[in-house]
Design a protein around this ligand. Structure first.
Ligand code: FAD
Length: 291
């Protein structure tokens, strides 16, 4: 399979790329790792007239871990973020989720920001960004703007990114002390997109009772579905939570669809199971962070 004809551009400067995208408008598409875009071109599901390859813009190849969170530049590969000890120390959910993204060869090339912009409802990174209340920084000839995750994901493969804009980075906030995270998913084969998946974040109070518990679910809606289950958990230690009630609360809030991989009922059931598994594991990690 071969892609349709396109004009190839490879600017070396961010300003050059942004000017080019402004000129090209809807005819221009950014090429990052190419792990989603190239298959789409080869299957003739997309036919942009111009590709703007950003791989020479080295200033976008950054992972900046600060106490407040981790900022991932548009050229940081999945694998580099997964392996970054600094990023893991500030926000462990990144590495926990990236372990489930495709296979190592794809993670060596694909980018975290590319995955967020691609906005596949089955992808892990959009769910992580949505759960943490992160944001995406977009640059254009008009300047920069930060778009919160809650506004960025609009629908399947659809985001708030406008023609002429380049996503320069994504910001993943840190969680307060006594917090833990986990990511659980089920796919037919390791590395496939998940039939269902759940990212969880739990924060405990000083007496190790649950202060906050939230999940973001993948593959069960057009965008990541963020659900706050703090009230269902109650201000109790994880060992006393009614986890069946938590699973039911999650199942009530999702509206999965059937496809060749799973029925809607199976996805709903599975998401409840995975939510409990991820929340319990996140609560354990939060407790261990105290020791
Ligand atoms: P590209 O393919 O280069 O681009 C994807 C889209 O985003 C394009 O529309 C492009 O124009 C746009 N884009 C990219 N970067 C920018 C930017 N900086 N600014 C503006 N627009 C931009 N992903 C998962 O999440 N989970 C999986 O389990 C998974 N399994 C996979 C299995 C296989 C076999 C393959 C081939 C891919 C899989 N992927 C999976 C996708 C992979 O993670 C991609 O790397 C990722 O989705 C896109 O990142 P990329 O850098 O390759 O983006």
């Amino acid at each position: 399979m071969k892609p349709p004809a396109f004009r190839y551009h490879d600017p070396a400067e961010l300003g050059e790329a942004v000017d080019l995208l402004a000129r090209l408008g809807p005819d221009g598409k950014v090429l990052a790792g190419g792990q989603s875009l190239i298959p789409l071109l080869n299957m003739r599901l997309a036919a942009p007239a111009h590709l703007v390859d950003i791989n020479r813009i080295t200033e976008l190849n950054t992972i900046t871990a600060e106490p407040g969170g981790v900022r991932v530049g548009a050229l940081a590969r999945h694998r580099a973020v997964e392996r970054s000890a600094e990023a893991r120390a500030v926000q462990p959910l990144l590495a926990q989720a990236l372990h489930h993204v495709a296979h190592p060869v794809i993670r060596n090339r694909g980018t975290v920001v590319g995955s967020i912009v691609h906005a596949d409802p089955s992808a892990e990174m959009p769910a992580v960004l949505a759960l943490l209340g992160g944001s995406v920084r977009l640059a254009s000839s008009r300047g920069e703007r930060d778009v919160p995750a809650a506004e960025f994901f609009v629908g399947p493969l659809e985001t708030a990114l406008q023609p002429g804009e380049l996503a320069v980075s994504a910001f993943f906030p840190a969680l307060p002390e006594r917090s833990g995270t986990a990511f659980c998913e089920v796919s037919r084969r390791h590395g496939d997109y998940a039939m269902a998946g759940v990212a969880a974040a739990v924060t405990l109070d000083e007496d190790l009772r649950i202060r906050s518990a939230r999940v973001a679910c993948v593959s069960v809606g057009p965008v990541p579905v963020v659900i706050d289950v703090t009230a269902v958990c109650g201000a109790r230690p994880a060992s006393s939570v009614d986890w069946d009630a938590v699973a039911d609360a999650v199942r009530e809030r999702i509206d999965p669809e059937a496809d060749i991989h799973a029925t809607a009922e199976y996805r709903r059931h599975l998401t409840g199971v995975l939510a409990v598994r991820a929340l319990r594991s996140a609560a354990d990690a939060a407790g261990e962070s105290e020791e």
